[in-house]
Design a protein around this ligand. Sequence first.
Ligand code: ZN
Length: 347
Amino acid sequence: MKAVVIHGARDLRVDPFEDALPPGPGEAKVAVANGGICGSDLHYYLHGGFGAIRVQQPMALGHEVSGVVTALGAGVEGLRVGDKVAVNPSRPCGACAYCLRGQPNQCLDMRFNGSAMRMPHEQGLFRETLTVPVQLLERFDPGADLAHAAMTEPLAVCLHAVRQAGSLVGQTVFVAGCGPIGCLTVAAARLAGATRIVAADISDTPLAIARAMGADETINLATGSDAMEPLKRDKGQVDVGFECSGAAPALRGLLDITRAGGRIVLVGMGGDAPLPLQLTVAKELTLKGTFRFHEEFATAARVISDGRIDLSPLLTGVYEMEQAVAAFDLAADKSRAMKVQIRFSGG
Ligand code: ZN
């Protein structure tokens, strides 16, 4: 079979890859259908890694995939051949201090598909077939769209982010940065009961998608930053801000518009950002990080399978596996692309 494999910066190939093994007890074999390209996949493609992490050996990319079950090992219940599934790329060890205290997303020995953090690298899911423990699979209704099912992982990230903020019922929410994670945060905030959602970006294209995903108002910070002024009134009008851009100016803006006692959840992975401590202290703001997900993966799958969030506005395009390089090039063009997927043989 074949897989989409990164060899180094700008060196992405569709390579022969070791066939998935027949499923053992408690395992299932899955024909991969759709695989979404994520920011970290793009970092490997454009730069050969991020921060100190470098690709040191060929590695299949991908951690956002859906598929169809093609074979089951002994003792598997609740899953049948032909079932549509999403594959959880996250495998905490279950034994370290964080796993034992109920923070498995902080696992000290995490295995995450398509990550070069470990040696040998943890291979990604952009392969035609996979054999995995069934606990990593979430089943979808037969009518579910496999392209939408492949967005389970990023939605799980956003449900985890929303959870960090506490209750959003009746709250005014501001989302800074409307890439796929920002737009899914808008949808997750809507699902969680926010009554007013304002989304901001520096480009109109993602803002239109944010509106389609549930934003009540949008602000183009490049052309219409005056629109931020009313939000600064009375120390800030926003109850909860989500920083989804990773850009330092966006965080600064959130500090100005979040009301005293409000919360800011930091979702975007930026570099260092200056923090006006005086403002943070005097307004009694809570700043909260968020990282990956755990039980939210199952929740995300349920929400998508039930059609409670319409993900179709997010999908820019789907490319066949052989066109993986073109898919990555499109995904890298933020002015045109939101979520770009690759279709594998199970699709
Ligand atoms: Zn652990």
